[in-house]
Design a binder for this molecule. Structure first.
Ligand code: UDX
Length: 432
C-alpha cells in the first residue's frame, strides 16, 4: 500500500522504515528541511539499533523516500500517519498544536478519500478533534476517516517492538478503514485490537502509566529491602514468575526517565482531572520516582561524607540503555545534582555523550571520556547511572587501581553485590 508518515522522529522514522521493510511504499515527511536533507543523503537524525540498515535497504529498493511537503503525502498516500511531537506544557497538559497544524494542512490538500491515522501519543478525545478540524478546513465535501493507532515502541528497541509487537491497537469511528489497517499490519501476524477511538487513545496512556507504576512499585519495595536486608532482585524474580505480574519492568534503579513516561504520566493525571477524576495513585508513582533519586544521592553522600571537590566517574548519560536520547534522563539529573554539590565529573556513555554536552555545564567540572575503562582515573568513586549492558564488562581491576578508593555506586544493579564485596569494593546499589 501507499503510505505516508508525517514526522520523522523516534516514532515516525522507525514506523516508516519498518512499513517499507514490510513491502509498503512509504513517504516520510518532515517540516525540518535539514533533517529531510540528512535522510536523503543517507544520514539518520536518531540512533536506533537496526534502523540504519533498514532505511538504507528500503531507500535503495525505492520503497522509502523523504519529503518536506505534506502536500506530497496527501497526493501520493492512501493512508497518512501523523507522528509529530506532542510535548508537555508547563502545567502537565499536552501541547497539541503540532497535531492541529498537520490536520489543517492535510485538510487543505484533501481531494480524494484518505485515512488519517494518529500515531502520536495524544489525550483521549483528540481523534474527534482531528476529524472536526479536517472537516472544517477541507475545501470540498471530500470523504476521509480518522483512526487512532497508538505506538508502543521502546526507545533502543523500537525496530524490534514494531516488527514483533505484542498487539496492534486500532481505534475507528466507522468500519470503513479497518480493512486497510489490517492490510498494513498483515505481514506482522500480531493480534489486532479494533475498538473505538477514545478507547484506543486511553489504552496508550493507561499502558505507559501502568509500566511506570510497576517501576515505582519495585523501587518502593527496594526501600523496604534495604531496610530489612532483603534483596530486591530476588523479590522481583519471585513475584515476576507469577504470570499475572510478569518479571519485566521490575528492575529497581534510580528511577524512570525519558521522553515518554514522565510526560505520559503527567498527561494522564491531567486528562483524569479534566474528566473529573483525581488520579492520586499516579501522583504517588511520580513522588516515588522523584524520591528514588534523592535516596540514591543520600547513599553517595553517606558513603563519601563530603561530595564537594570530590571527582566522580559517572558511567551512563542516556535515559536508558541502547539509546542516545538524554531527554529527562535520570543520569543527567544525577550529574546535575552531583555538580550542584560541588563534585567534578568524568563521564562516559557509549552513545549519548554528544547530546549530553548540550545539557551539562561547559567547562572543567565535566570531562567527557571516550574510553569506558579510563573514566575511573583520578576519581574518588564510580557511579553507574544507565543500564548499558557493556558496563558489566568494566575492567574492575583497572578501576580499582585508578580510583583513590574502590567505591562503586551501582544505580542500576548491574553487578553482583556479594562478588563485589568479595573483591574488596565498597559497593552500594539499590534495594540490596
Ligand atoms: C516507554 C514504553 O516502554 C513504550 O512502550 C512507549 O511506547 C514509550 O515509553 P521508553 O520510554 O522508550 O518506552 O523506555 P522504557 O524502556 O520504557 O524505559 C523507560 C524508563 O524506565 C527508563 O529510564 C528505564 O531506565 C526505566 N526502567 C525501565 C526502570 O527503571 N526499570 C525497569 O524495569 C524498566
Amino acid at each position: 500500500m501507499k503510505l505516508a508518515i508525517i514526522g520523522t522522529g523516534y516514532v515516525g522514522l522507525v514506523t516508516g522504515a519498518c512499513f517499507a521493510e514490510l513491502g509498503h511504499q512509504v513517504l516520510c515527511v518532515d517540516n525540518d528541511t535539514a533533517k529531510v536533507e540528512l535522510l536523503r543523503s543517507g544520514g539518520l537524525p536518531i540512533y536506533e539499533p537496526g534502523l540504519e540498515g533498514i532505511v538504507a535497504r528500503n531507500v535503495q529498493a525505492g520503497r522509502l523516500a523523504f519529503s518536506s511537503e505534506i502536500a506530497d503525502a496527501v497526493a501520493q498516500a492512501e493512508v497518512i500517519f501523523i507522528a509529530v511531537p506532542t510535548p508537555p506544557l508547563p502545567d502537565g497538559s499536552v501541547d497539541l498544536s503540532f497535531i492541529e497544524g498537520v490536520a489543517r494542512e492535510i485538510a487543505a490538500h484533501l481531494t480524494a478519500y484518505r485515512i488519517v491515522v494518529d500515531k502520536s501519543t495524544v489525550p483521549v478525545k483528540t481523534g474527534e478533534k482531528v476529524a472536526e478540524t479536517i472537516r472544517r478546513y477541507s475545501k470540498a465535501r471530500v470523504e476521509f476517516d480518522v483512526v487512532s493507532n497508538p505506538e508502543f515502541l521502546r526507545e533502543g528497541f523500537a525496530v524490534e517492538d514494531l516488527m514483533r509487537p505484542d498487539r496492534i491497537v486500532i481505534g475507528v469511528q466507522s468500519p470503513r478503514p479497518v480493512l486497510a489497517m489490517r492490510e498494513i499490519y498483515a505481514p506482522l501476524e500480531a493480534p489486532m485490537v479494533v475498538t473505538d477511538i477514545n478507547s484506543a487513545e486511553l489504552i496508550k496512556h493507561a499502558a505507559n502509566s501502568f509500566l511506570a507504576l510497576k517501576i515505582s512499585y519495585i523501587n518502593a519495595v527496594a526501600a523496604l529491602c534495604e531496610a530489612s536486608g532483603a534483596n530486591v532482585q530476588e523479590v522481583a524474580n519471585g513475584i515476576g514468575l507469577d504470570q499475572r505480574i510478569g518479571r519485566r519492568f521490575l528492575d529497581a534503579g534510580i528511577g524512570f526517565g525519558g521522553s515518554c513516561f514522565p510526560k505520559d504520566l503527567s498527561a494522564f493525571i491531567k486528562i483524569a482531572e479534566t474528566l473529573g477524576y483525581d488520579f492520586r495513585l499516579l501522583k504517588e508513582v511520580q513522588q516515588i520516582n522523584a524520591q528514588q533519586m534523592d535516596r540514591f544521592l543520600r547513599k553517595i553522600a553517606d558513603t563519601l561524607w563530603v561530595i564537594k571537590d570530590k571527582r566522580l566517574g559517572v558511567l551512563g548519560l542516556a535515559f536508558k540503555q541502547n539509546t542516545d536520547d538524554v531527554r529527562m534522563s535520570p543520569a543527567i539529573e544525577l550529574c546535575r545534582r552531583l555538580l550542584a554539590e560541588g563534585a567534578r565529573l568524568r563521564v562516559h556513555d557509549p552513545r549519548a555523550m554528544a547530546k549530553a554536552r548540550a545539557l551539562l555545564p561547559p567547562g572543567p567540572t565535566v570531562e567527557y571520556v571516550d574510553e569506558r575503562d579510563a573514566v575511573a582515573e583520578g576519581c574518588d568513586a564510580l557511579v553507574i547511572a544507565t543500564e548499558w549492558p557493556e558496563f558489566k564488562e568494566l575492567d574492575l581491576e583497572r578501576a580499582r587501581r585508578a580510583l583513590t578508593h574502590p567505591i562503586l555506586f551501582d544505580g542500576r544493579n548491574l553487578f553482583d553485590r556479594e562478588e563485589m564485596e568479595r573483591l574488596g569494593w565498597v559497593y552500594k546499589s539499590v534495594g540490596r
